[in-house]
Design a protein around this ligand. Structure first.
Ligand code: AMP
Length: 392
């Protein structure tokens, strides 16, 4: 493991930072420490170091951070601890914490984290999202839960049907606010806000701060603690980046040979288009390389199945579009391949940020055809680094 600190790099000068080496120093309680120990988390990430103590004091947080920084634990742990320490002994469990996130994948991931983190606390949680039947979600809600993770559409839908009451919410998390805006959910959020109790803690996270998001954050946060980590332009230095100059018609053969050379390595392959992702999947299947494609035209079930097959190493490669992949958390992913260059240079940083996470090393390979060279230049300008040309 190389240079863990660089992985969760912060923008602010490190001299300002009080180095906290253990979770215990963040005042977390034993049932949570035990769960973190089982997850093998040793050092809190910068966002956890900065956010957990004020969040435990019920302060509002404005977090500028993207997926991969450890932000889920940064907001989840203080909520779990506060709920554990302030048990109300109500007859029926009411929703006391609400976490809103834009996509089904993110919602499921957050819920999986909650499952691990709440293991020794007795706190109950569940997740709701659209695109699937509501019956099992409704029955979980009816059984009574403490923390609800939801995508905006399904939340409003079940609220309108009378299955969800938010009168008891004390902690509210708005996750990936900038993506909410991109995906057109901002009106849903604005409809939801008045339905929440006035007095509550709000934890607001966004990777970027476009002006409409800044305005929204100011309107819902009270004297927040601002926490900022890893801006999109910085690539963590645990990721080795290599470049292949290869023309379009030769890309498929290069891909096949690289994947066959290292059969044990799981690879996340990026395609700029949905059509392209399907095409790559067909090519790899033909070459007998286990793979699946995920993108917006795939059903929720197909996407979940592909993701779980990939996570359990049943298939070697997952081919994804940027929208489908952003926010997917795959532990120990060693290899990212940019089959096409993205249209926006920042997307390159998001793509390769899928590897080299949480202190692990990773590799990112980029295929660049002649007509993609202008984009390559933009990427190198943004990251301030020239990619190493592979001689293999
Ligand atoms: P997130 O930004 O919340 O999606 O987290 C990114 C990844 O880092 C997830 O796989 C987490 O399980 C992992 N992670 C979060 N906090 C830590 C930590 N303190 N130490 C090691 N891994 C962590």
């Amino acid at each position: 493991m190389r240079n863990r600190k660089a992985v969760f790099q912060t923008k602010k000068a490190d001299t300002r930072r009080i180095q906290i080496m253990t979770f215990k120093e963040l005042n977390l309680i034993e049932p949570i420490l035990k769960a973190l120990n089982e997850k093998k988390y040793i050092t809190p990430t910068p966002i956890q170091q900065e956010a957990i103590i004020p969040a435990l004091q019920n302060r509002d947080i404005l977090g500028l951070a993207q997926t991969g920084t450890g932000k889920t634990a940064a907001f989840a742990l203080p909520i779990i601890q506060q709920l554990y320490l302030n048990k109300t002994g109500e007859k029926r469990r009411e929703i006391k914490a609400l976490i809103i996130t834009p996509t089904r994948e993110l919602a499921i991931q957050i819920d999986e984290c909650l499952k691990d983190y709440t293991r020794y606390t007795g706190i109950r949680h569940c997740v709701i999202f659209g695109g699937v039947k509501q019956a099992s979600q409704v029955s979980e809600l009816k059984a009574g839960i403490d923390i609800l993770v939801a995508t905006p559409g399904r939340l409003l839908d079940l609220m309108n049907q009378g299955f969800i009451r938010l009168d008891f919410v004390r902690h509210f998390v708005l996750d990936e606010a900038d993506r909410m805006l991109d995906m057109g959910f901002i009106h849903d959020i604005k409809r939801l806000l008045p339905k929440l109790p006035k007095t509550k803690q709000t934890l607001f996270f966004s990777a970027t701060m476009p002006s409409s998001i800044a305005v929204l954050s100011r309107s819902i946060l009270h004297n927040p603690v601002r926490v900022e980590v890893t801006p999109a332009a910085s690539v963590v230095d645990t990721i080795e980046q290599y470049l292949y100059y290869v023309e379009k018609p030769e890309k498929k053969d290069l891909l096949i040979s690289l994947l066959k050379k290292d059969k044990k390595k799981s690879a996340l392959i990026f395609s700029r288009t949905k059509h392209g992702a399907d095409k790559i999947a067909r090519i790899l299947n033909k070459a007998e390389i286990g793979c699946a494609a995920i993108h917006g035209n795939k059903s929720q079930n197909a996407r979940q199945r592909a993701l779980s097959e990939f996570k359990s190493h049943d298939i070697q490669a997952l081919i994804a579009t940027d929208i489908a992949a952003r926010g997917i958390d795959i532990n120990n992913l060693e290899l990212v391949i940019n089959y096409d260059l993205p249209d926006v240079a920042e997307t390159y940083v998001h793509r390769i940020g899928r590897t080299g996470r949480a202190g692990n090393t990773g590799k990112a390979l980029t295929f660049c055809a002649n007509e993609e060279r202008a984009m390559l230049k933009d990427i190198q300008k943004l990251t301030g680094k020239n990619l190493v040309v592979s001689n293999q």
